[in-house]
Ligand binder design. Structure first.
Ligand SMILES: [Zn+2]
Length: 159
C-alpha cells in the first residue's frame, strides 16, 4: 500500500537528525532490519512483554491484552513506547495504520533516542533496539546490521 522508500523520505523531514546523520538512510536501515523494508509490517508479539516476562505491564495487559505486547509498523516500535510517547492516546489497532506508525516512530526517535543523546548511527541503533545507548546492553549484531544497511543506502544515494 505504501512505498517504503517514500515513507523514509517523508519521515526524514520530521527527524531531528544529528549532524552528519542522514535521516532518510537511517529510517531506511532500521526499517530494513525491523520489517525487511516494510514487507513484514505486521504486529509482532514479544514474549518479554507478556505475562511472566520482564517487561510485563499489568495495566496495559488488562486494557489491551496481547495487542499491548506487540511491536508495530515498518520500524516495529513497541506498543508500550507508543503509549508513553502519545500520552496514552493511541490504541494498538491504530498502529496498524502505516502513517500513524511512521509519525509515532519518528517521535520516539526524536524524543527518546536522539533527544537523549544518541547522535551516531551506532548509538541510535543501540537505543532503538535496547531502549537506551547508555547501558551495558549493547545489541552488537543488531547494530552491525543497521550500520551495514545505512552505509549501503548512503552510498546508493550518492551515486
Ligand atoms: Zn501477550
Amino acid at each position: 500500500m505504501y512505498n517504503f522508500d517514500k515513507l523514509c523520505v517523508l519521515g526524514a523531514k520530521m527527524v531531528d537528525a544529528p549532524y552528519g546523520v542522514n535521516a532518510e538512510a537511517l529510517l531506511w536501515a532500521i526499517g530494513g532490519v525491523e520489517s525487511t523494508w516494510g514487507r513484514n509490517n505486521v504486529p509482532r508479539h514479544e514474549k518479554a512483554y507478556h505475562r511472566g516476562g520482564v517487561y510485563f505491564n499489568r495495566a496495559l495487559d488488562r486494557r489491551f491484552g496481547c495487542a499491548a505486547h506487540c511491536s508495530y509498523g515498518p520500524w516495529q516500535i513497541m506498543f508500550e513506547n507508543v503509549w508513553r510517547i502519545s500520552s496514552k492516546s493511541i490504541k494498538p489497532q491504530e498502529m496498524n495504520d502505516t502513517l500513524t506508525a511512521l509519525v509515532v516512530s519518528v517521535e520516539w526517535l526524536n524524543q527518546r533516542v536522539i533527544g537523549r543523546g544518541a547522535v551516531t548511527v551506532v548509538d541510535i541503533a543501540d537505543a532503538w533496539n535496547s531502549g537506551t545507548h547508555r547501558d551495558r546492553k549493547v545489541p552488537v549484531a543488531y547494530i552491525a546490521k543497521v550500520v551495514y544497511k545505512y552505509n549501503a543506502r548512503v552510498a546508493n544515494m550518492q551515486e
